[in-house]
Design a protein around this ligand. Structure first.
Ligand code: SF4
Length: 927
């Protein structure tokens, strides 16, 4: 299949060098200057132009990107976006092959291009439909591959179905009946569990007990406002997902009800999606019974896509729109973030245009949309109303409960997996932020975009022009809202604030916030200003600030009143059904009413926040002022409010209306104490206490893992930190996950060690540096056993890499909570209840336990967990599973130990024998 006739050289750049394969097939190492010169003059085949450009220091690099070609040829399919990943995906290398050496890659990239192009020659190429029309459109947008692609595509004899006609429509169905009340029999649960785990599977006692406890939650509840609730801690390896899926699916089958399973990370959503295939092995049944739901901002909006394809986008974003359209025609569910759209595709376009393709700004016009019946979001909403199992996330479950738009989505039985994240999810959900960026969105929603826009975004008056002309009162409300929205911030506001010339009441308020924050934040005056966000408490406010707030309150009030009036008119018109209200106008009015409610809620929350300035602080909340910055660049300014205990509204809105709730995780308790879990799950606000249940991990941590606390790297010694990371990665031969609490340190360490490691064949990837989304970084890490990965919080919690690819976790120190205003307020609230330092400790223990949890994912895993901390408090050692061996060592001893284990692992990789026990000495602390 190799075709050397492609008239393009290929370029490959890693941290260790740059190689060029010319069209004769020869390959040579070249200097950066020559590479940049070549790239500027000649179209080059590359793999990931953004990453290659970053490595060349040439941000404008474009070229014939193989990943774009892959997205065209195999839409809605995935490939690990590395040379090794692509070669395996194309069958050019066996799945078990080691990654090719850097100097072999460039010629193979040319070969890969030929493979991809040849795939279109195969007569039964499954993704042929739509390809010709799509390539024509891409050619008009000067897509670099279009000429080569069009050479291989014949114009179809019949006009191709265009994307929107290929998509199926959802059917209206009657609302589901209320589930019957049943009590599940323990024996039935265990038999069902056996069925799911499969014949011959090892019987796990912990999993069986877990399943029985979970089953009890599905009993009919005894009292309104008081759900059956279970807090269940299940150590890693118990098999808790099947442990709760067994009773949940049994209950669904017996009662016709739905069970919502809520997760925090996409990794668990993916795992659950796989596990449910055991319950419903038939793919058609599975599709009906199990639905994955995400927030609407995750899905492609077909109307926005149509707009983008019909002139709304130009340049590179227009090419992205065409590739997204090609994906949408083959996509399972239209989920752009974490679904079957490869995460790397949008990063190739530097994410420009991506948000405009989703419904991120809440501009959906619902039944007024010509694609309403094919809309991915509407399909997912309807499918979930009739599904047995709905896999969702914490944020969506809370949004549904709070906004109540989906009354038919029956969230009566909820399983919150990764329950240790519930508190943070509720914290974000019930927060109120009055920021410049939020205010500008409201203005645009009412008035429309300020500059001439080719897009479909229109203001309220344009969207409801029929209402404005036929209904006098409605017309007046729209006009009053339009006038009032002028007082919100407008385009260019940040620059005006910087220049000291704010425009209008609200910009003056934000200018006052900015002034106060810069005056009061300690970092700006202490020489510690690292260019990140600043904040100050909302206290001891000067008179001028209070005046600016009062003017803003007036402006918000002036906007809220006509919005309320408009809402009333829309409701009345929909009930009365005047003559002019044809089907389309009705759909538009319904759509407007839907999105209006959300805006009214937002503006009224802001009004209540601003109106309280100058008065006594509301007791349940903590408020502060902030300037959001990244590397010294301001991107937002605002007034922020959080619940001191966000589980209070969570308990009211989510827990109390539910019939049964399981909150589960591998880390819920603090030691043997459930008090923290009661607070952080919201159970403390329920009248009836929850059941609690814990089952330890079946793993033999003493044999499978070891914890090394390195005591001779001083805090703040960045050179020492970088050398330690480099040394540890070298000693383990890669397979290391490096966790940081500060992006700045991560960048510095990466900058100092990446090239050095690459020269030894140890690729180093990093969140916040590589232009690759986090999910894809984890996929790359999993796929390359010699690769290592550096990252921050998202990696501490969401990485599930069983096996040899992850054999070492390195934490840069004890993960202390950031002492920001919010944290201090919560700590103070806990201190008043007698648990201030215990509050901090619980947070740190949770983080350590989660980080450690990345290491051992299966009973065959072996690994070491290293913390670089000269003074690791002994009281925090209880964060780790009982029996795990812990040693305090110097870096030299640690390196020796890691190297020793790496050599043992190499000798007997795959051998389930205990490796680490050979290396333990008398200093073991034992937890
Ligand atoms: S119904 Fe709303 S989200 Fe769906 S395609 Fe139309 S505008 Fe977009």
């Amino acid at each position: 299949m190799t075709n050397n006739s492609l008239p393009f050289p290929a370029l490959y750049a890693s941290h260790s060098g740059i190689w060029l394969a010319d069209i004769s097939g020869s390959c040579r190492r070249i200097a950066r200057g020559e590479a940049v010169g070549m790239a500027a003059e000649t179209p080059l085949i590359v793999l990931n132009a953004v990453l290659t450009g970053q490595r060349l220091g040439y941000a404008d690099l474009s070229g014939l990107d193989l990943l774009e070609l892959f997205a065209f040829v195999h839409p809605a399919q995935f490939c690990v976006p590395t040379p090794a990943g692509l070669f395996k995906r194309l069958g050019m290398a066996a799945a078990s092959s080691p990654a090719p050496a850097d100097d072999m890659i460039a010629p193979m990239l040319r070969e890969a291009a030929s493979h991809l192009l040849s795939a279109m020659d195969v007569p039964n190429w499954p993704e042929r439909e739509g390809a010709w029309s799509s390539a024509q459109a891409l050619h008009r947008h000067r897509w670099s591959w279009s000429s080569e692609v069009l050479k291989r595509l014949k114009k179809p004899e019949h006009a191709e179905k265009w994307l929107f006609s290929r998509l199926t429509e959802w059917e209206e169905e009657p609302p589901p009946a209320a589930p019957r009340g049943v009590v599940l029999d323990d024996q039935d649960i265990i038999e069902h569990l056996d069925l799911l785990t499969g014949e011959g599977a090892e019987k796990r006692e912990g999993q069986q007990i877990y399943a029985r406890h979970a089953g009890a939650v599905f009993r009919p509840r005894e009292q309104r406002g008081s759900p059956n609730m279970l807090l269940a801690e299940a150590g890693t390896g118990i098999g808790k997902t099947l442990g709760y899926l067994a009773p949940a699916s049994l209950w669904s089958a017996e009662t016709g009800g739905s069970v919502w399973i809520s997760t925090y990370t996409k990794a668990l959503q993916r795992q659950l999606n796989k596990e449910t295939q055991r319950i419903y092995p038939d793919a058609h049944v599975l599709k009906r019974k199990v639905v994955v739901r995400k927030g609407r901002e995750n899905y492609l909006c077909l109307l926005n896509l149509e707009d983008a394809m019909q002139g709304g986008f130009s340049g590179r974003p227009a090419i992205l729109a065409q590739l997204v359209a090609r994906w949408a025609a083959y996509s399972r569910d239209g989920d752009m973030i974490g679904g079957d759209l490869p995460g790397w595709l949008t990063t190739l376009f530097r994410r420009r245009g991506v948000t405009s393709l989703t419904d991120r700004r809440g501009e959906c016009i619902y039944a007024g949309c010509p694609h309403y019946r094919k809309c991915f979001i509407e399909k997912a909403v309807r499918a979930s109303q009739h599904a047995d199992i709905v896999i969702a996330n914490h944020a969506l479950v809370m949004v549904n409960a709070a906004r109540g738009r989906e009354e038919q989505s029956r969230t009566g039985r909820i399983i919150f997996d990764e329950g240790h994240h519930l508190f943070d999810a509720a914290d974000s959900m019930f927060a109120a932020n009055l920021t410049g960026q939020e205010a500008i969105e409201i203005r645009r929603w009412v008035i429309g975009p300020e500059q001439s826009s080719k897009g479909r975004r229109r203001g309220l008056a344009a969207r409801l022009s029929d209402l404005a002309s036929y209904d006098e009162e409605g017309g007046r409300a729209i006009e009053a809202a339009r006038v009032a929205a002028n007082a919100m911030v407008s385009d260019g506001w940040l620059q005006r604030l910087n220049e000291g010339s704010p425009h209008g009441a609200m910009e003056e308020f934000f200018a006052a916030i900015r002034g106060l924050v810069y005056a009061r934040d300690e970092n700006t005056n202490s020489g510690n200003d690292a260019g990140y966000s600043l904040e100050t408490e909302l206290a001891e406010l000067p008179g001028g600030f209070i005046e600016a707030a009062a003017k803003t309150a007036n402006a918000l009030d002036a906007l809220l009143k006509p919005l309320i009036q408009l809402g009333k008119r829309l409701e009345a018109i929909l009930i009365d059904g005047p003559d002019w209200l044809d089907g389309q106008a009705r759909a538009r009015a319904e759509g407007a009413l839907n999105s209006l409610q959300w805006r009214m809620d937002t503006v009224s929350a802001w009004l209540s926040m601003v109106a309280s300035i100058g008065g006594p602080p509301p007791p349940d909340f903590i408020s502060w002022l902030g300037v959001e910055r990244f590397e010294g660049r301001e991107f937002d300014i605002g007034y922020y409010r959080r619940w001191i205990d966000p589980m209070k509204p969570f308990a009211e809105i989510v827990l109390k209306p539910a019939h049964g709730v399981i909150t589960t995780s591998a880390t819920l308790k603090t030691g043997d104490d459930w008090d923290g879990a009661m607070v952080r799950s919201g159970a403390v606000h329920l009248e009836r206490p929850p059941q609690t249940f814990a089952v330890p991990s079946p793993f033999d941590y003493a044999a499978q893992a070891e914890i090394l606390i390195v005591t001779d790297i001083r805090r703040g010694d960045i050179s020492g930190l970088a050398s330690a990371y480099a040394g540890l990665i070298q000693a383990s031969g890669g397979g290391a996950l490096g966790l940081f609490t500060a992006i700045k340190r991560l960048r510095t360490v990466h900058g100092r060690i990446a090239d050095r490691l690459a020269e030894e064949g140890l690729p180093l990837y990093a969140q916040h540096i590589d232009p690759i989304d986090t999910g894809t970084l984890v996929d790359i890490f999993r796929d390359e056993p010699r690769a290592s990965l550096l990252g921050t919080d998202a990696l501490r919690d969401g990485v599930d890499v069983p096996g040899h690819s992850l054999r070492l976790v390195v934490m840069e120190g004890v993960p202390w909570p950031k002492p920001n205003i919010l944290h201090k307020a919560r700590r103070l609230a806990m201190t008043e209840k007698g648990g201030g330092s215990a509050y901090d400790d619980a947070i740190i223990r949770g983080r350590l336990a989660q980080a450690f949890g990345r290491l051992i994912r299966s009973k065959n895993d072996r690994g070491q967990f290293v913390v670089l901390s000269p003074a690791f408090p002994s009281r925090l050692l209880s964060a780790f599973p009982k029996g795990t061996n812990i040693r305090r060592v110097t870096l030299a001893e640690c390196l020796q130990s890691v190297q020793y284990n790496a050599s043992l692992a190499q000798q007997s990789q795959g051998d389930s024998q205990t490796l680490l026990s050979a290396n333990l000495n008398k200093d073991d602390l034992g937890t």
